[in-house]
Design a protein around this ligand. Structure first.
Ligand SMILES: Cc1cc2nc3c(=O)[nH]c(=O)nc-3n(C[C@H](O)[C@H](O)[C@H](O)COP(=O)(O)OP(=O)(O)OC[C@H]3O[C@@H](n4cnc5c(N)ncnc54)[C@H](O)[C@@H]3O)c2cc1C
Ligand code: FES
Length: 424
Protein backbone atom coordinates (compact mmCIF):
# COMPACT_ATOMS: atom_id res chain seq x y z
CA UNK A 1 0.00 0.00 0.00
CA UNK A 2 2.91 2.35 0.89
CA UNK A 3 4.54 1.62 -2.49
CA UNK A 4 1.33 2.64 -4.27
CA UNK A 5 1.33 5.87 -2.22
CA UNK A 6 4.93 6.63 -3.28
CA UNK A 7 4.12 5.92 -6.96
CA UNK A 8 1.08 8.19 -6.70
CA UNK A 9 3.09 11.08 -5.19
CA UNK A 10 5.77 10.64 -7.91
CA UNK A 11 3.18 10.64 -10.71
CA UNK A 12 1.39 13.70 -9.32
CA UNK A 13 4.74 15.56 -9.02
CA UNK A 14 5.70 14.73 -12.63
CA UNK A 15 2.25 15.85 -13.72
CA UNK A 16 2.64 19.16 -11.91
CA UNK A 17 6.00 19.75 -13.59
CA UNK A 18 4.56 18.88 -17.03
CA UNK A 19 1.63 21.26 -16.56
CA UNK A 20 4.07 24.09 -15.71
CA UNK A 21 6.07 23.25 -18.86
CA UNK A 22 2.84 23.22 -20.91
CA UNK A 23 1.92 26.66 -19.59
CA UNK A 24 5.19 28.25 -20.74
CA UNK A 25 5.56 26.43 -24.08
CA UNK A 26 4.98 28.62 -27.12
CA UNK A 27 5.49 26.15 -30.00
CA UNK A 28 2.22 24.36 -30.81
CA UNK A 29 3.81 20.93 -31.65
CA UNK A 30 5.70 20.85 -28.37
CA UNK A 31 2.57 21.96 -26.50
CA UNK A 32 0.58 19.18 -28.19
CA UNK A 33 3.19 16.56 -27.14
CA UNK A 34 3.12 17.82 -23.56
CA UNK A 35 -0.70 17.72 -23.53
CA UNK A 36 -0.54 14.07 -24.66
CA UNK A 37 1.95 13.32 -21.84
CA UNK A 38 -0.41 15.00 -19.37
CA UNK A 39 -3.28 12.85 -20.61
CA UNK A 40 -1.20 9.67 -20.19
CA UNK A 41 -0.17 10.76 -16.70
CA UNK A 42 -3.82 11.38 -15.77
CA UNK A 43 -4.71 7.88 -16.94
CA UNK A 44 -1.83 6.40 -14.90
CA UNK A 45 -2.81 8.39 -11.79
CA UNK A 46 -6.43 7.19 -12.15
CA UNK A 47 -5.25 3.57 -12.54
CA UNK A 48 -2.99 3.76 -9.45
CA UNK A 49 -5.77 5.41 -7.42
CA UNK A 50 -8.23 2.67 -8.50
CA UNK A 51 -5.68 0.00 -7.51
CA UNK A 52 -5.19 1.69 -4.15
CA UNK A 53 -8.95 1.77 -3.46
CA UNK A 54 -9.19 -1.89 -4.50
CA UNK A 55 -6.28 -2.90 -2.19
CA UNK A 56 -7.70 -0.90 0.73
CA UNK A 57 -11.05 -2.50 0.15
CA UNK A 58 -9.54 -6.01 0.03
CA UNK A 59 -7.74 -5.37 3.32
CA UNK A 60 -10.99 -4.28 4.97
CA UNK A 61 -12.99 -7.26 3.71
CA UNK A 62 -14.07 -9.76 6.30
CA UNK A 63 -14.81 -13.46 6.17
CA UNK A 64 -18.00 -14.93 7.55
CA UNK A 65 -20.48 -12.65 9.33
CA UNK A 66 -19.92 -9.23 10.91
CA UNK A 67 -22.33 -7.41 13.24
CA UNK A 68 -24.07 -4.29 11.96
CA UNK A 69 -26.40 -1.97 13.83
CA UNK A 70 -29.55 -0.59 12.23
CA UNK A 71 -29.11 3.18 12.38
CA UNK A 72 -32.10 4.34 10.33
CA UNK A 73 -35.26 2.88 8.82
CA UNK A 74 -37.02 4.96 6.13
CA UNK A 75 -40.31 4.20 4.40
CA UNK A 76 -39.87 4.61 0.62
CA UNK A 77 -43.30 3.45 -0.64
CA UNK A 78 -46.37 1.49 0.54
CA UNK A 79 -44.49 -1.77 1.24
CA UNK A 80 -40.92 -0.67 0.69
CA UNK A 81 -38.49 0.34 3.41
CA UNK A 82 -34.80 1.31 3.41
CA UNK A 83 -32.49 0.08 6.19
CA UNK A 84 -29.24 1.91 7.00
CA UNK A 85 -26.60 -0.29 8.61
CA UNK A 86 -23.41 0.80 10.37
CA UNK A 87 -20.63 -1.58 11.51
CA UNK A 88 -21.02 -2.39 15.20
CA UNK A 89 -17.22 -2.55 15.69
CA UNK A 90 -16.92 1.04 14.39
CA UNK A 91 -14.14 -0.01 11.99
CA UNK A 92 -14.09 1.23 8.36
CA UNK A 93 -16.13 -0.46 5.66
CA UNK A 94 -14.67 -1.86 2.46
CA UNK A 95 -15.81 -0.06 -0.65
CA UNK A 96 -18.05 -2.15 -2.84
CA UNK A 97 -18.94 -1.88 -6.48
CA UNK A 98 -22.37 -0.39 -7.16
CA UNK A 99 -24.87 -3.15 -7.94
CA UNK A 100 -23.40 -5.65 -5.45
CA UNK A 101 -25.38 -7.31 -2.66
CA UNK A 102 -24.87 -8.41 0.94
CA UNK A 103 -25.88 -11.72 2.50
CA UNK A 104 -27.62 -11.67 5.90
CA UNK A 105 -28.10 -14.41 8.46
CA UNK A 106 -31.18 -13.98 10.65
CA UNK A 107 -32.26 -15.86 13.76
CA UNK A 108 -36.05 -16.00 13.55
CA UNK A 109 -38.76 -18.09 15.22
CA UNK A 110 -39.62 -21.18 13.17
CA UNK A 111 -43.43 -21.01 12.79
CA UNK A 112 -43.63 -24.83 12.45
CA UNK A 113 -41.40 -25.87 15.35
CA UNK A 114 -41.66 -22.94 17.75
CA UNK A 115 -37.83 -22.75 18.04
CA UNK A 116 -35.39 -20.23 16.61
CA UNK A 117 -33.92 -21.04 13.21
CA UNK A 118 -31.16 -19.56 11.11
CA UNK A 119 -32.24 -18.11 7.73
CA UNK A 120 -29.99 -16.63 5.04
CA UNK A 121 -31.16 -13.92 2.59
CA UNK A 122 -29.43 -11.60 0.12
CA UNK A 123 -30.23 -7.89 -0.38
CA UNK A 124 -28.72 -5.54 -2.95
CA UNK A 125 -27.04 -2.38 -1.71
CA UNK A 126 -29.26 0.42 -2.96
CA UNK A 127 -26.96 3.41 -2.46
CA UNK A 128 -23.72 4.44 -4.19
CA UNK A 129 -20.75 3.13 -2.16
CA UNK A 130 -20.42 4.97 1.17
CA UNK A 131 -17.65 4.74 3.73
CA UNK A 132 -19.89 5.01 6.80
CA UNK A 133 -22.89 2.80 6.11
CA UNK A 134 -24.60 0.26 3.87
CA UNK A 135 -28.19 0.75 2.73
CA UNK A 136 -30.62 -1.93 1.61
CA UNK A 137 -34.19 -1.38 0.40
CA UNK A 138 -36.65 -4.19 0.99
CA UNK A 139 -40.14 -4.90 -0.29
CA UNK A 140 -42.53 -6.75 1.97
CA UNK A 141 -43.48 -10.02 0.23
CA UNK A 142 -47.19 -10.82 0.64
CA UNK A 143 -48.60 -14.35 0.62
CA UNK A 144 -49.77 -15.59 -2.80
CA UNK A 145 -53.42 -14.56 -3.34
CA UNK A 146 -56.19 -16.94 -2.27
CA UNK A 147 -53.90 -19.45 -0.50
CA UNK A 148 -53.04 -20.41 3.08
CA UNK A 149 -49.37 -19.97 2.33
CA UNK A 150 -47.61 -17.66 4.81
CA UNK A 151 -46.16 -14.30 3.68
CA UNK A 152 -42.45 -13.85 3.02
CA UNK A 153 -40.60 -14.65 6.25
CA UNK A 154 -37.66 -12.26 6.30
CA UNK A 155 -39.02 -9.28 4.35
CA UNK A 156 -41.92 -9.08 6.83
CA UNK A 157 -39.61 -9.70 9.79
CA UNK A 158 -37.43 -6.77 8.66
CA UNK A 159 -40.43 -4.47 8.21
CA UNK A 160 -42.23 -5.42 11.43
CA UNK A 161 -39.66 -6.64 13.95
CA UNK A 162 -36.31 -5.05 13.20
CA UNK A 163 -35.87 -1.61 14.79
CA UNK A 164 -33.22 1.08 15.07
CA UNK A 165 -30.43 -0.16 17.37
CA UNK A 166 -30.94 -3.86 16.53
CA UNK A 167 -27.93 -5.90 15.45
CA UNK A 168 -27.81 -7.93 12.24
CA UNK A 169 -25.23 -10.37 10.82
CA UNK A 170 -23.83 -9.50 7.38
CA UNK A 171 -21.31 -10.99 5.00
CA UNK A 172 -19.09 -8.65 2.97
CA UNK A 173 -20.57 -7.30 -0.30
CA UNK A 174 -20.16 -9.40 -3.42
CA UNK A 175 -21.73 -10.03 -6.81
CA UNK A 176 -20.97 -9.78 -10.50
CA UNK A 177 -23.89 -7.48 -11.37
CA UNK A 178 -21.82 -4.36 -10.94
CA UNK A 179 -19.65 -1.84 -12.69
CA UNK A 180 -16.76 0.43 -11.92
CA UNK A 181 -18.17 3.96 -12.44
CA UNK A 182 -14.74 5.38 -13.31
CA UNK A 183 -14.41 2.98 -16.26
CA UNK A 184 -18.03 2.84 -17.32
CA UNK A 185 -19.50 3.65 -20.73
CA UNK A 186 -23.02 4.96 -21.36
CA UNK A 187 -25.47 2.52 -19.75
CA UNK A 188 -29.11 1.58 -19.82
CA UNK A 189 -30.39 0.68 -16.35
CA UNK A 190 -33.71 -1.14 -16.13
CA UNK A 191 -35.43 -1.85 -12.81
CA UNK A 192 -38.78 -3.56 -12.29
CA UNK A 193 -40.45 -3.19 -8.86
CA UNK A 194 -37.98 -3.64 -6.03
CA UNK A 195 -35.46 -4.76 -8.67
CA UNK A 196 -34.72 -1.04 -8.92
CA UNK A 197 -32.32 -1.33 -5.93
CA UNK A 198 -29.06 -2.44 -7.61
CA UNK A 199 -29.59 -0.23 -10.68
CA UNK A 200 -30.24 2.74 -8.40
CA UNK A 201 -26.90 2.12 -6.71
CA UNK A 202 -25.24 2.03 -10.14
CA UNK A 203 -26.98 5.24 -11.31
CA UNK A 204 -26.06 7.12 -8.12
CA UNK A 205 -22.43 6.03 -8.39
CA UNK A 206 -22.06 7.01 -12.06
CA UNK A 207 -23.67 10.42 -11.51
CA UNK A 208 -21.54 11.08 -8.41
CA UNK A 209 -18.37 10.18 -10.33
CA UNK A 210 -19.24 12.96 -12.83
CA UNK A 211 -17.90 11.12 -15.88
CA UNK A 212 -20.69 12.78 -17.89
CA UNK A 213 -21.61 9.42 -19.46
CA UNK A 214 -25.26 9.04 -20.43
CA UNK A 215 -27.41 7.02 -18.04
CA UNK A 216 -30.84 5.85 -19.24
CA UNK A 217 -32.94 4.80 -16.26
CA UNK A 218 -36.13 2.85 -17.00
CA UNK A 219 -38.20 2.10 -13.92
CA UNK A 220 -41.37 0.00 -14.01
CA UNK A 221 -43.79 -0.21 -11.08
CA UNK A 222 -47.43 -1.02 -10.67
CA UNK A 223 -48.68 2.41 -9.50
CA UNK A 224 -47.88 5.53 -7.48
CA UNK A 225 -48.22 3.74 -4.14
CA UNK A 226 -45.38 1.37 -5.11
CA UNK A 227 -43.21 4.09 -6.64
CA UNK A 228 -40.10 4.13 -4.40
CA UNK A 229 -37.40 6.85 -4.52
CA UNK A 230 -39.69 9.14 -6.54
CA UNK A 231 -38.28 12.47 -5.28
CA UNK A 232 -34.69 11.28 -5.41
CA UNK A 233 -35.00 10.20 -9.06
CA UNK A 234 -36.72 13.42 -10.15
CA UNK A 235 -33.97 15.42 -8.41
CA UNK A 236 -31.32 13.44 -10.29
CA UNK A 237 -33.15 14.21 -13.53
CA UNK A 238 -33.18 17.94 -12.77
CA UNK A 239 -29.56 18.03 -11.69
CA UNK A 240 -27.88 15.87 -14.36
CA UNK A 241 -28.36 16.46 -18.08
CA UNK A 242 -26.92 13.02 -18.81
CA UNK A 243 -29.58 11.24 -16.68
CA UNK A 244 -32.59 10.19 -18.78
CA UNK A 245 -35.41 8.91 -16.57
CA UNK A 246 -38.51 7.08 -17.80
CA UNK A 247 -41.08 5.77 -15.31
CA UNK A 248 -43.76 3.36 -16.50
CA UNK A 249 -46.77 2.28 -14.40
CA UNK A 250 -48.44 -1.02 -15.26
CA UNK A 251 -51.69 -0.21 -13.38
CA UNK A 252 -51.85 3.54 -12.62
CA UNK A 253 -54.09 4.34 -9.65
CA UNK A 254 -56.98 6.82 -9.66
CA UNK A 255 -54.80 9.58 -8.23
CA UNK A 256 -51.78 8.92 -10.45
CA UNK A 257 -51.22 11.55 -13.12
CA UNK A 258 -49.35 10.86 -16.37
CA UNK A 259 -46.40 13.25 -16.87
CA UNK A 260 -46.51 14.24 -13.20
CA UNK A 261 -46.08 10.82 -11.54
CA UNK A 262 -45.14 8.62 -14.50
CA UNK A 263 -44.22 8.94 -18.16
CA UNK A 264 -46.14 6.10 -19.84
CA UNK A 265 -48.31 3.16 -18.82
CA UNK A 266 -47.78 -0.55 -19.52
CA UNK A 267 -44.84 -2.86 -18.91
CA UNK A 268 -41.24 -2.06 -19.76
CA UNK A 269 -40.57 -3.86 -23.01
CA UNK A 270 -38.12 -3.90 -25.88
CA UNK A 271 -40.17 -1.40 -27.92
CA UNK A 272 -39.90 1.19 -25.16
CA UNK A 273 -36.15 0.57 -24.89
CA UNK A 274 -35.66 0.90 -28.67
CA UNK A 275 -37.69 4.11 -28.79
CA UNK A 276 -35.65 5.74 -26.00
CA UNK A 277 -32.16 4.41 -26.52
CA UNK A 278 -31.94 3.87 -30.29
CA UNK A 279 -28.48 2.21 -30.34
CA UNK A 280 -27.36 -1.29 -29.39
CA UNK A 281 -23.70 -0.77 -28.44
CA UNK A 282 -24.40 0.18 -24.80
CA UNK A 283 -24.28 -1.83 -21.59
CA UNK A 284 -27.71 -2.95 -20.40
CA UNK A 285 -28.27 -3.75 -16.70
CA UNK A 286 -31.61 -5.36 -15.89
CA UNK A 287 -33.14 -6.42 -12.59
CA UNK A 288 -36.79 -7.21 -12.00
CA UNK A 289 -39.43 -9.94 -12.02
CA UNK A 290 -38.44 -13.04 -14.05
CA UNK A 291 -41.07 -12.51 -16.78
CA UNK A 292 -39.94 -8.94 -17.38
CA UNK A 293 -36.27 -9.91 -17.48
CA UNK A 294 -36.87 -12.86 -19.82
CA UNK A 295 -38.83 -10.78 -22.30
CA UNK A 296 -36.34 -7.88 -22.25
CA UNK A 297 -33.29 -10.13 -22.56
CA UNK A 298 -34.87 -11.98 -25.50
CA UNK A 299 -35.79 -8.63 -27.09
CA UNK A 300 -32.25 -7.27 -26.65
CA UNK A 301 -30.72 -10.40 -28.17
CA UNK A 302 -33.10 -10.24 -31.16
CA UNK A 303 -32.27 -6.55 -31.58
CA UNK A 304 -28.59 -7.51 -31.89
CA UNK A 305 -27.21 -6.47 -28.49
CA UNK A 306 -24.04 -8.49 -27.81
CA UNK A 307 -24.36 -11.08 -25.03
CA UNK A 308 -21.55 -9.51 -22.98
CA UNK A 309 -23.42 -6.17 -22.97
CA UNK A 310 -26.45 -7.73 -21.26
CA UNK A 311 -26.14 -7.92 -17.46
CA UNK A 312 -28.94 -9.22 -15.27
CA UNK A 313 -29.60 -9.86 -11.62
CA UNK A 314 -32.28 -12.27 -10.44
CA UNK A 315 -33.74 -11.90 -6.96
CA UNK A 316 -34.43 -15.61 -6.98
CA UNK A 317 -34.12 -18.33 -9.53
CA UNK A 318 -33.30 -16.93 -12.96
CA UNK A 319 -34.68 -18.70 -15.99
CA UNK A 320 -32.43 -17.07 -18.56
CA UNK A 321 -29.21 -17.13 -16.55
CA UNK A 322 -25.96 -17.47 -18.37
CA UNK A 323 -25.41 -21.11 -19.18
CA UNK A 324 -21.92 -22.22 -18.26
CA UNK A 325 -20.01 -21.87 -21.56
CA UNK A 326 -21.60 -24.98 -23.05
CA UNK A 327 -22.50 -25.90 -26.59
CA UNK A 328 -25.77 -27.58 -27.60
CA UNK A 329 -24.34 -31.15 -27.48
CA UNK A 330 -22.96 -30.62 -23.98
CA UNK A 331 -26.30 -29.20 -22.83
CA UNK A 332 -28.12 -32.28 -24.19
CA UNK A 333 -25.65 -34.55 -22.35
CA UNK A 334 -26.16 -32.57 -19.13
CA UNK A 335 -29.92 -32.92 -19.45
CA UNK A 336 -29.57 -36.69 -19.80
CA UNK A 337 -27.03 -36.77 -16.94
CA UNK A 338 -29.39 -34.93 -14.61
CA UNK A 339 -32.12 -37.55 -15.27
CA UNK A 340 -30.01 -40.55 -14.12
CA UNK A 341 -30.99 -42.41 -10.95
CA UNK A 342 -28.12 -42.05 -8.50
CA UNK A 343 -27.37 -42.52 -4.82
CA UNK A 344 -26.44 -39.35 -2.90
CA UNK A 345 -24.90 -39.69 0.54
CA UNK A 346 -25.05 -36.72 2.95
CA UNK A 347 -22.40 -37.87 5.38
CA UNK A 348 -22.78 -35.29 8.19
CA UNK A 349 -26.53 -35.83 8.34
CA UNK A 350 -26.00 -39.56 7.99
CA UNK A 351 -28.62 -39.81 5.23
CA UNK A 352 -28.71 -41.64 1.91
CA UNK A 353 -31.06 -40.23 -0.73
CA UNK A 354 -31.89 -41.17 -4.29
CA UNK A 355 -31.60 -38.66 -7.13
CA UNK A 356 -34.24 -39.57 -9.72
CA UNK A 357 -34.06 -36.45 -11.88
CA UNK A 358 -37.26 -34.93 -10.48
CA UNK A 359 -35.42 -32.22 -8.51
CA UNK A 360 -33.93 -29.11 -9.97
CA UNK A 361 -30.75 -29.24 -7.88
CA UNK A 362 -29.03 -30.91 -4.92
CA UNK A 363 -30.29 -28.17 -2.60
CA UNK A 364 -33.94 -29.01 -3.39
CA UNK A 365 -33.26 -32.72 -2.86
CA UNK A 366 -31.66 -32.03 0.54
CA UNK A 367 -34.25 -29.50 1.79
CA UNK A 368 -37.17 -31.71 0.81
CA UNK A 369 -35.66 -34.51 2.90
CA UNK A 370 -35.19 -32.16 5.88
CA UNK A 371 -31.41 -31.84 5.50
CA UNK A 372 -30.54 -28.27 6.36
CA UNK A 373 -28.22 -26.48 3.93
CA UNK A 374 -28.03 -22.67 4.09
CA UNK A 375 -29.23 -20.87 0.98
CA UNK A 376 -29.63 -17.22 0.02
CA UNK A 377 -29.90 -16.35 -3.66
CA UNK A 378 -30.63 -19.83 -5.07
CA UNK A 379 -28.99 -18.65 -8.26
CA UNK A 380 -25.32 -19.49 -7.73
CA UNK A 381 -24.36 -15.96 -6.70
CA UNK A 382 -24.02 -15.73 -2.92
CA UNK A 383 -22.06 -18.84 -1.90
CA UNK A 384 -24.32 -19.67 1.08
CA UNK A 385 -25.01 -23.20 -0.17
CA UNK A 386 -21.39 -24.17 -0.88
CA UNK A 387 -20.71 -27.76 0.22
CA UNK A 388 -17.69 -30.02 -0.18
CA UNK A 389 -17.98 -32.93 -2.60
CA UNK A 390 -16.10 -35.78 -0.90
CA UNK A 391 -16.47 -38.10 -3.88
CA UNK A 392 -18.19 -38.15 -7.25
CA UNK A 393 -18.83 -35.57 -9.94
CA UNK A 394 -21.38 -32.75 -10.14
CA UNK A 395 -22.60 -30.61 -13.04
CA UNK A 396 -23.72 -26.96 -12.95
CA UNK A 397 -26.97 -25.77 -14.48
CA UNK A 398 -25.71 -22.19 -14.76
CA UNK A 399 -22.34 -20.55 -14.47
CA UNK A 400 -21.53 -19.84 -10.78
CA UNK A 401 -21.40 -16.11 -10.10
CA UNK A 402 -18.57 -16.51 -7.57
CA UNK A 403 -15.35 -18.46 -7.10
CA UNK A 404 -15.68 -21.48 -4.87
CA UNK A 405 -13.14 -23.85 -3.32
CA UNK A 406 -11.85 -26.66 -5.52
CA UNK A 407 -13.73 -29.83 -4.60
CA UNK A 408 -16.87 -27.91 -3.58
CA UNK A 409 -20.15 -27.20 -5.31
CA UNK A 410 -23.00 -24.72 -5.00
CA UNK A 411 -25.91 -26.98 -4.12
CA UNK A 412 -28.51 -24.55 -5.56
CA UNK A 413 -27.23 -24.92 -9.14
CA UNK A 414 -25.65 -28.39 -9.03
CA UNK A 415 -26.90 -31.82 -10.05
CA UNK A 416 -25.08 -35.16 -9.77
CA UNK A 417 -23.24 -36.67 -12.72
CA UNK A 418 -22.32 -39.76 -10.68
CA UNK A 419 -23.03 -41.20 -7.23
CA UNK A 420 -21.97 -38.63 -4.63
CA UNK A 421 -20.76 -38.31 -1.06
CA UNK A 422 -21.44 -34.75 0.14
CA UNK A 423 -20.20 -33.09 3.32
CA UNK A 424 -23.61 -31.97 4.54
C1 LIG B 1 -28.80 -11.13 -5.10
C2 LIG B 1 -30.15 -10.79 -4.51
C3 LIG B 1 -30.46 -9.48 -4.20
C4 LIG B 1 -31.72 -9.17 -3.66
N1 LIG B 1 -32.02 -7.88 -3.39
C5 LIG B 1 -33.23 -7.55 -2.89
C6 LIG B 1 -33.55 -6.19 -2.62
O1 LIG B 1 -32.75 -5.28 -2.83
N2 LIG B 1 -34.78 -5.92 -2.10
C7 LIG B 1 -35.70 -6.91 -1.86
O2 LIG B 1 -36.81 -6.60 -1.37
N3 LIG B 1 -35.41 -8.21 -2.13
C8 LIG B 1 -34.20 -8.55 -2.62
N4 LIG B 1 -33.90 -9.86 -2.87
C9 LIG B 1 -34.89 -10.90 -2.52
C10 LIG B 1 -34.69 -11.32 -1.06
O3 LIG B 1 -33.47 -12.00 -0.90
C11 LIG B 1 -35.78 -12.29 -0.57
O4 LIG B 1 -35.87 -13.36 -1.47
C12 LIG B 1 -37.13 -11.61 -0.44
O5 LIG B 1 -37.06 -10.55 0.51
C13 LIG B 1 -38.19 -12.63 0.04
O6 LIG B 1 -37.74 -13.24 1.20
P1 LIG B 1 -38.77 -13.64 2.35
O7 LIG B 1 -38.01 -14.37 3.40
O8 LIG B 1 -39.57 -12.46 2.77
O9 LIG B 1 -39.76 -14.61 1.60
P2 LIG B 1 -39.81 -16.20 1.69
O10 LIG B 1 -40.16 -16.64 3.06
O11 LIG B 1 -38.56 -16.73 1.09
O12 LIG B 1 -41.05 -16.48 0.75
C14 LIG B 1 -41.00 -16.22 -0.63
C15 LIG B 1 -42.38 -16.51 -1.22
O13 LIG B 1 -42.72 -17.87 -0.97
C16 LIG B 1 -43.99 -17.94 -0.33
N5 LIG B 1 -43.96 -19.07 0.63
C17 LIG B 1 -43.65 -19.05 1.94
N6 LIG B 1 -43.75 -20.29 2.46
C18 LIG B 1 -44.13 -21.11 1.45
C19 LIG B 1 -44.42 -22.49 1.34
N7 LIG B 1 -44.34 -23.29 2.39
N8 LIG B 1 -44.79 -22.98 0.13
C20 LIG B 1 -44.88 -22.18 -0.97
N9 LIG B 1 -44.64 -20.85 -0.91
C21 LIG B 1 -44.26 -20.33 0.26
C22 LIG B 1 -44.19 -16.61 0.36
O14 LIG B 1 -45.57 -16.28 0.51
C23 LIG B 1 -43.52 -15.67 -0.61
O15 LIG B 1 -44.41 -15.29 -1.62
C24 LIG B 1 -32.66 -10.19 -3.42
C25 LIG B 1 -32.33 -11.52 -3.73
C26 LIG B 1 -31.10 -11.81 -4.27
C27 LIG B 1 -30.76 -13.23 -4.60
S1 FES C 1 -27.92 -20.11 -2.46
FE1 FES C 1 -26.63 -18.53 -3.17
S2 FES C 1 -25.13 -19.63 -4.24
FE2 FES C 1 -26.55 -21.13 -3.70
Amino acid sequence: MQILGVILVALVSVRLLQSIIAAVQSHSNARHRTQRTLQLLDEQIAAVQALRVQRESQQMHWNGYRKFKLSKKIKEARDVCSFYLVPHDGKPLPRYLPGQFVTFRFQVPDPNKGQMKSVVRCYSLSEAPREQYYRITVKRVPPPARTNIPPGLISNYLHDQVNVGDLLDLQAPRGEFSLDPANSKPVVLIGGGVGVTPVLSIANAILESETGNDVWFLYGVRCGEDHAMRDHLRQLEQKHENFHLHVRYSQPGENDLCERDYDTSGHIDINLIKSLVKVTNLDFYICGPPQMMDSIVTGLRDWGVAEDHIHREAFGRATLSKVANKDETQLKHDKLDSKKTLSIQFNRSNRNLTWDGSHNCLLDLALEAGINIDSGCRAGSCGSCEIAVKSGEVGCRVEPGINIDKGSCLACISYPKSELILDA
